[in-house]
Design a protein around this ligand. Structure first.
Ligand code: PMP
Length: 419
């Protein structure tokens, strides 16, 4: 989006012009089963504004070459755009140094990188990795893989019945054998916004490094890694209006500088010889092979787009959509929303008495309404809640009150007809 378009978007309601925002998302004008698409699965992946779609095309048409290799002008231009994208991510996160930004494929890969390169060398038999009961599998399984290799184990801090972290219990679980804490900022099932600043402070007082999973956070409110004080933070471009195939790892420079490579190949070396190889400085040490060059550039454009729109304005809009959804779903007989956290953002998961989540998803789909159903990659959390599956409606900058009304009407019909 051009910088000039931003003020127009903000003009109409004084803060946020929803129609102007929606008009920038071509997919919102399409249909599903002959009905206007009602896309309520943004927590799984956000749709893309025209600025991002066009940035990809423009890049391939005008600026594309491999990066950091060519002396020729085109490669240098592609490299400059790539470097600029890294600085955009740095500033977006408030990171102290561009070298703290590592490009990977997604949030999941970022956690795997930290587990294998940072944690595995520090892990011994009997050690523990602490996570919470509300983690996505991406913040559980990578730790389990290294734990199994090292004779360590992954343990979970409990949540309350309201779907919040139990900070006292978490503090208790931070024991002398805890070598790492992985904590999600926003639960992708409960929508709970965790007090991560407090959790980070708690862990760091005991010398336990912390990885924050910000996959459901960065698109909803401003994040400042320096204020947060964590050791690592991860997110995926595709959930923040960028393309799929790109993820970000932020790590403290002193950690990254001390971590060994986790994958070998081109671009991550200083000098290669059969007698031995030396490695590049971070972040390049962790970026073996050709990255998603166009995708990384488009992530930078997505961040520009979101910042021009204003994260505060987006947060205010999403808060009003969430409040509307909470009120509307409370009217549906037999519908139970999972959790009741004091601080929640942008999504609601629920069950409907007598209707399996999968069937609920299919019935909503027939009305053009896309929601996620299943365990949402959080099986331990569903086990804790005592249910096999749930349905989830999730919201973004482009979600409209009319879409929430459509969801509520459809649920009302299903609740009366199918139960
Ligand atoms: N953490 C959370 C909280 C998520 O919601 C997701 C995506 N559902 C991930 C991690 C993993 O993201 P990705 O699949 O893009 O790696």
């Amino acid at each position: 989006m051009s910088a000039a378009a931003a003020p127009k978007m903000l003009a109409r309601s004084g803060a946020f012009d929803l129609d102007a925002v929606r008009a920038q998302f071509p997919i919102l004008g399409t249909t599903a089963h002959g009905r206007p698409l009602v896309y309520l699965d943004s927590a799984a992946s956000a749709q893309k504004p025209r600025a991002v779609i066009e940035a990809l095309t423009h890049f391939y048409e005008h600026d594309y070459a491999n990066i950091h290799r060519g002396v020729y002008e085109l490669s240098q231009r592609a490299s400059a755009l790539h470097d600029a994208a890294r600085r955009k991510v740095q500033h977006f996160l408030g990171a102290a140094d561009w070298r703290e930004i590592v490009f990977v494929r997604n949030a999941t890969e970022a956690v795997n990188l930290v587990a294998q390169s940072f944690l595995a060398p520090r892990l011994g038999p009997g050690d523990e990795i602490l996570v919470t009961e509300m983690e996505h599998h991406a913040n559980i399984v990578p730790w389990q893989l290294v734990a199994a290799r090292c004779g360590a184990k992954v343990v979970a801090a409990p949540i309350t019945d309201a779907g919040e972290l139990d900070l006292a219990a978490l503090a208790e679980r931070l024991g002398p054998r805890t070598r790492m804490l992985g904590v999600v900022w926003v639960s992708n099932v409960l929508g709970t916004v965790n007090p991560v600043e407090e959790v980070v402070a708690l862990a760091r007082r005991r010398g336990v490094p912390v990885l924050v999973d910000a996959a459901q956070a960065v698109q909803h409110f401003p994040v400042d890694v320096r204020a947060l004080g964590a050791d690592f933070l991860v997110f995926s471009a595709h959930k923040i209006y960028g393309p799929s195939g790109v993820g970000v790892l932020w790590g403290r420079l002193e950690h990254l500088a001390a971590m060994p490579p986790w994958q070998g190949g081109g671009d991550m070396i200083e000098r290669v010889a059969f007698e031995g190889t030396t490695f590049a400085e971070p972040p390049f040490r962790f970026e073996a092979g050709t990255p998603d060059i166009a995708g990384i550039h488009a992530l930078g454009v997505a961040l520009d787009w979101l910042q021009a729109l204003g994260l505060e304005a987006v947060a205010a809009h999403e808060a009003s959509i969430l409040a509307q959804a909470e009120a509307a779903l409370a009217e549906i007989p037999g519908l139970r929303v999972l959790g009741a956290p004091r601080k929640r953002t942008s999504l609601l998961s629920f069950t409907l008495d007598g209707v399996h989540a999968q069937d609920l998803g299919t019935l909503l789909d027939l009305e053009g309404i896309a929601v996620r159903t299943g365990h949402h990659c959080a099986m331990p959390l569903h086990a804790r809640l005592g249910i096999p599956a749930s349905a989830r409606a999730s919201f973004a900058a482009y979600t409209s009150p009319a879409e929430i009304e459509a969801l509520a009407r459809a649920l009302q019909r299903i609740a009366t007809r199918w139960r």
